[in-house]
Ligand binder design. Structure first.
Ligand SMILES: [Fe+2]
Ligand SMILES: [Fe+2]
Length: 468
């Protein structure tokens, strides 16, 4: 098998022998990891998958049946722009960095490793879900997300091998050694150590946690370190599909619940095997709050340093802003002082995590509006909502205090007492799990979710997306 078939790429890998050797050494370890920790029970099945073959906006993807271990993971970067400039910060408009700037080597490596770690982690979290898929269409969507997260790992490993020498290689190996939820060698970020054994978790995760990925990648796609910017730009095209899976998945669950409410006495959907809206709301509360943590502390000297250095920008830095220096200006946020919530002014550069988080929240609200439209369409009066950003936080200003769902400061005791009202209880999770029975006949679907509005790439919903 030639090199391009083993490692599809658009980075002239065959001309860089050192990098080629390093990646070829990493490849069998990656495949071992995929066999051990990738989707359980379906590795030898033909799945109708999309494969990235080029980065061109027209037809970059190819659809065909493929067994997941034979998926062509590869390295694809947006084409280089010879005149690329640093787009923001203290070095604004200097030529973009083609190599890692020495003084930021450690922080940049940390950014890449942290992003890279989430990719295999999510595959591990999702590895049992194939066994309980609500339809073949959904099973294929799950596997598509899984192989693309695998490719995202490749993207980050390429940067580590290509630009960080020895310690980059060690980090690339460590990415295959940590395990989601393992107490001795956990994944780096907490949302990626949460177990999930039901599809409501999967849809919530791809809606809220993959969407954090979109914002992190967008900020890095602005980076003055060009190889990182080009890598992230291409990853974003795949990420969009993951969020689509989450957004439409939850929308279909909500719609089905509404339909069952209208059919059931007292709108009690447990009788008819649906997922009650209050359970859906608690899953939203859980995943939204954990995903907010992924943006980091509200007041952050790291965010200021990364921006100053031109490494991590704001969301749509070039399109949305005119002042790319941002060295003046401030941002007002609520903090807890002497047991009270009070506004505090923070230098803008130190508040950039919070600025990015704000963009993310706006995006999530659009999803909620869509789901609420589904409820209205079906004639149900209840509505879903996002909790306040201070609720149930484990990172940053709010993590050492307790807040109710509206963001009011409350005592820890009060929070504990009302917790099951706001967050999924063991009974909620058991109930949802009890509904998770596999439906694998083409064209059939589980009772707790509505079918999708359309199939995939012109194929009907009844298409045999996975050959079992
Ligand atoms: Fe990803
Ligand atoms: Fe993703």
């Amino acid at each position: 098998m030639n090199l391009y078939d083993r490692i599809p790429n658009n980075v002239n890998l065959s001309e860089d022998k050192r990098l080629q050797r390093a990646l070829e050494k990493w490849l069998p370890n990656y495949l071992d990891w995929w066999h051990d920790m990738g989707p359980d029970g379906f590795q030898d099945k033909d799945v109708w998958l999309r494969t990235a073959i080029d980065v061109g906006s027209e037809g970059w993807a190819h659809f065909d049946y493929v067994k997941m271990p034979d998926y062509r993971w590869g390295i694809f970067l947006e084409p280089a722009r010879p005149d690329a400039k640093v787009g923001f910060g203290d070095n604004y408009s200097a030529p973009a960095y083609q190599e890692v700037p020495g003084e930021f080597r450690n922080s940049l490596r940390r950014i890449i490793v942290t992003q890279g770690d989430t990719e295999p982690a999510s595959v591990e979290q999702q590895r049992q879900l194939g066994h309980t898929c609500p339809s073949l269409y959904d099973m294929r969507k799950l596997f598509q997300v899984n192989v693309e997260e695998g490719r995202h790992l490749w993207a980050m490993v390429y940067l580590l091998h290509g630009y960080f020498g020895r310690d980059g290689r060690d980090e690339a190996d460590a990415l295959l050694e940590r395990r989601s939820g393992n107490p001795d060698k956990p994944r780096i970020l907490e949302a990626f150590n949460q177990p999930f054994d039901d599809w409501l978790n999967f849809f919530s995760f791809t809606m809220f946690t993959d969407r954090d990925g979109k914002y992190q990648l967008s900020a890095l796609a602005e980076s003055g370190f060009e190889p990182l910017a080009r890598t992230c730009k291409f990853m974003l095209t795949e990420e969009a599909h993951h969020m689509f899976v989450g957004d439409t998945g939850l929308s279909r669950v909500v719609r089905r619940t509404a339909q069952l409410m209208k059919q059931s006495p007292n709108e009690d959907v447990r009788q008819s095997g649906g997922i009650p809206l209050d359970i859906i709301q608690r899953y939203i509360n859980f995943w939204f709050s954990y995903s907010l943590d992924l943006f980091g502390g509200e007041i952050s000297s790291n965010s200021a340093d990364f921006f100053a250095a031109g490494l991590k920008g704001r969301f749509k830095e070039q399109e949305q802003y005119t002042d790319h220096i941002a060295s003046e200006g401030s941002f007002t946020m609520m903090v807890v002082e002497d047991g009270k919530l009070v506004p505090r002014e923070v230098p803008l550069r130190n508040a950039l995590n919070e600025v990015l988080r704000g963009e993310y929240v706006k995006d999530c609200e659009k999803g909620l509006a869509r789901w609420n439209r589904a409820l209205a369409d079906e004639g149900v009066n209840d509505r879903l909502s996002l909790p306040n950003i201070r609720f149930h936080r484990h990172v940053g200003e709010y993590s050492s205090h307790s807040f109710d769902i509206e963001g009011n400061l409350i005592s820890k005791e009060k929070f504990e007492k009302r917790k099951t009202q706001w967050l999924p209880s063991i009974e909620d999770r058991e109930y949802v799990r009890s509904l998770m029975r596999p439906v694998t006949e083409p064209g059939k679907i589980a009772n707790w979710i509505a079918p999708p509005a359309a199939g995939i790439k012109g194929k009907p919903f009844e298409f045999e997306y996975v050959r079992l």
